[in-house]
Unconditional design. Structure first.
Length: 319
């Protein structure tokens, strides 16, 4: 036992009290892992426990209900399929019904897009396509990089202000007949790493608390390097996560805030949301025992740094 404790102290940088607590924790985990197996063994049901006619009828009815519901779910999943044609730059104003279906949209959605274009007019910018009723966010995100339209509203959409000003200066007796419908506000996607709480609150469902929580977590990380990290923000409903992935993006040119492996102490390391106290101490202890890190991959030699953890924290580390 002394050799085991010495080995743990040498490799993990633990004190004597931490080693004792670590061994107690390991023992408790082993007991908790074995408990379900022991419980199952001693409480094994008899072979004929569910063999009566009443239980069989109940099970048959449940199976029948599941079988009747399964085709409906499968049908809903098949509404939006993988694009048949290889994705390439396109102008949504030039596509016909068949070409929309080749992009993975069902026939009814392709017809809805054409109807929208016939009534409202051509699409002027990318986000306008997402305003069509029931247009799936996942498909919009997939098509977004290939849409050959401006990112934001063209300046011509602001001409209503000039029209209103001229109308005030020179009243028109036929003004009531010449009024045009107000242009509906459509939010264009923006960079989530440079957005403040005001920009985030433009998304429906995000108020002061959620926007502040997103900014705080982003700044604690040092910036998002993928939109999947948005799901890690505490208390975000799935609908808000979908909206963030629809209206925000991570710019490839954004530079993350990084922590130096050879200069940061344990307190500075554990301030990062991905690095726990034990991992921070292990990184510093390994540096003190083996010298400065030569490359970021050297922390893989620390037992506490799993491959999954390394993939998460490596973009935020620098030598």
């Amino acid at each position: 036992m002394k050799k085991i404790k010495y080995w743990i102290r040498r490799n993990f940088g633990f004190s004597q009290r931490e080693v004792n607590g670590f061994l107690v924790l390991i023992g408790a985990m082993v007991l908790l892992t074995a408990a379900p197996l022991l419980f199952k063994w001693f409480t094994k049901p008899e072979i004929g426990a569910i063999g009566n006619a009443t239980d069989r009828q109940l099970l048959d009815s449940l199976v029948a209900q599941l079988e009747t519901k399964q085709p409906e779910k499968t049908g809903r999943r098949q509404l939006y399929q993988v694009p048949v044609a290889k994705l390439q730059p396109f102008n949504p104003n030039d596509l016909n019904e068949a070409q929309w279906q080749e992009l993975g949209l069902p026939k009814f959605m392709a017809q809805r897009i054409l109807n929208y274009r016939n009534k409202v007019g051509d699409f002027a910018y990318k986000a306008q396509l997402a305003t069509i009723y029931d247009f799936p966010d996942s498909v919009f995100q997939q098509l977004y990089p290939y849409i050959q339209l401006p990112e934001t509203k063209p300046s011509r959409y602001n001409r209503n202000q000039g029209i209103a000003a001229s109308a005030r200066s020179a009243p028109n007796p036929n003004w009531a007949n010449n009024t045009r419908p107000r242009e509906r506000f459509i939010l264009a996607p923006f960079n989530i790493n440079t957005a403040d709480t005001t920009a985030l609150k433009q998304i429906r469902g995000i108020g002061s608390k959620l926007s502040a929580r997103i900014v705080k977590y982003r700044d604690g990380l040092g910036g998002f390097y993928t939109m999947a990290q948005v799901q890690e923000v505490y208390g975000l409903p799935p609908a808000i996560v979908d909206s963030l992935q629809k209206y925000t993006f991570v710019a490839h040119t954004y530079t993350l805030q990084q922590v130096s492996l050879n200069k940061a102490n344990a307190e500075e390391l554990k301030a990062h949301p991905y690095i726990s106290s034990n991992v921070a101490r292990a990184i510093v202890a390994y540096r003190e025992q083996h010298g400065a890190y030569r490359q970021i991959e050297d922390i893989k030699k620390i037992k506490l740094v799993t491959p999954e953890l390394f993939e998460k924290i490596s973009p935020y580390l620098v030598i």
